[in-house]
Design a protein around this ligand. Structure first.
Ligand SMILES: NC(=O)c1ccc[n+]([C@@H]2O[C@H](COP(=O)([O-])OP(=O)(O)OC[C@H]3O[C@@H](n4cnc5c(N)ncnc54)[C@H](OP(=O)(O)O)[C@@H]3O)[C@@H](O)[C@H]2O)c1
Length: 312
């Protein structure tokens, strides 16, 4: 099969388009023909060799851990999927990924894809959608009527988080830059703050939950806008400060899990028209290096997706 592989850690130039063996599914796995693969910041972080203790270090390695495709073959013990099922998934981050024509994934990590969208849009959902869902609901315990501040509201994770929080009935405030203000409002945000022109920490107070994907100084300033006993949930490094401690703020970082029941719930919301995956840029598989360069710049609207099979 055609795949993008790396043989060492390094810059985008280590991503090579080459022939690789088509995997055979194990007893509890399905072989998926990939139509599209989402691109996420974790892809270039792994390529650069960051967080080696958590991520794969075997070579050659196929990156990418986000897919939409069609079941080609099922393992001996798999009885919940059959050949031809259209599925989406966030595969195991420690194994070969989805910048390829095929991948073998444990059936317990796979869900039926939303029926009303194409593979390119479905591939944008699993990793970022699960992260937003788990950050807001599983960890953040967001409830209707609460005020939530979502940083980087125009990004891959943020664009889902704004829509999920609004769907839940929260009052949603997002940060982004000027070019994305109308876009973030169109996702359902009640207020949008241009981070280049205004200091969110001076405008906001009494926030119940901050969902942070940026960390550092932005995370630290977020403690200032939270109410006493509020929550800060982050996809990057959590750091408590004197202010977070004195205000009894729950500060928690997390790594999103691959939970197919949540993907099924998200697919239902998409098919009922409540949630729309946002794809900012599509590249052919061969241009994975270009896609990762763009991802690392950190200014994409919504998601980047690699198209593996061109659908008419
Ligand atoms: N822990 C986990 O399980 C997990 C899962 C997913 C992601 N993550 C991490 O979460 C982070 C975000 O991921 P992502 O996929 O959402 O990233 P992304 O799509 O690359 O985010 C890009 C967006 O961030 C906005 N942005 C950049 N700087 C900003 C600032 N100072 N204030 C407000 N908005 C800003 C940009 O808007 P402008 O163009 O307007 O600046 C752009 O729309 C990454 O570090 C990723 O590795 C962790």
């Amino acid at each position: 099969m055609e795949a993008i592989r790396i043989h060492s850690f390094g810059g985008p130039e280590v991503l090579k388009a080459e022939e690789a063996p088509t995997p055979e599914p194990g007893a509890d796995e399905v072989l998926i023909k990939i139509y599209a693969s989402g691109v996420n910041p974790v892809d270039w972080k792994i390529r650069e060799g960051m967080n080696k203790e958590r991520f794969p270090t075997h070579f050659p390695l196929i990156p990418g851990w986000d897919l939409s495709g069609v079941i080609e073959k099922t393992g001996r013990d798999v009885n919940n999927f059959k050949k031809g099922d259209e599925v989406y998934s966030r595969p195991d981050l420690t194994k070969n990924g989805t910048y390829a024509e095929y991948v073998a994934v444990k059936a317990s990590l796979v869900a039926l894809k939303p029926k009303t969208i194409d593979h390119v849009h479905a591939a944008a959902v699993p990793l970022a959608g699960l992260t937003a869902w788990q950050g807001l609901f599983d960890y953040g315990k967001l409830k209707a009527g609460e005020k939530v501040l979502i940083h980087a509201a125009s990004g891959g994770v943020g664009s889902f988080a704004v829509q999920f929080a609004k769907w839940k009935g929260a009052y949603v405030i997002g940060t982004t830059s000027e070019k994305n203000i109308d876009f973030v409002k169109s996702l359902g945000a009640d207020e949008v703050i241009d981070y280049k022109k205004e200091k969110f920490e001076e405008r906001l107070k009494n926030i119940d939950l901050v969902f942070d994907t940026l960390g550092g100084e932005i995370q630290e300033k977020s403690f200032h806008v939270l109410r006493e006993g509020g929550r800060l949930i982050t996809t990057v490094k959590p750091e408590s400060t004197d202010e977070s401690k004195s205000k009894h703020i729950r500060v928690e970082g997390f790594s999103a899990n691959s939970i197919p029941e949540e993907l099924t719930q998200i697919a239902g919301l998409i098919d009922r028209g409540k949630i729309k995956p946002i794809v900012g840029k599509v590249f052919p598989l061969e241009q994975a290096a270009e896609a990762q360069r763009l991802s690392k710049e950190g200014h994409v609207r919504g998601k980047i997706v690699l198209e593996v099979v061109h659908e008419k």
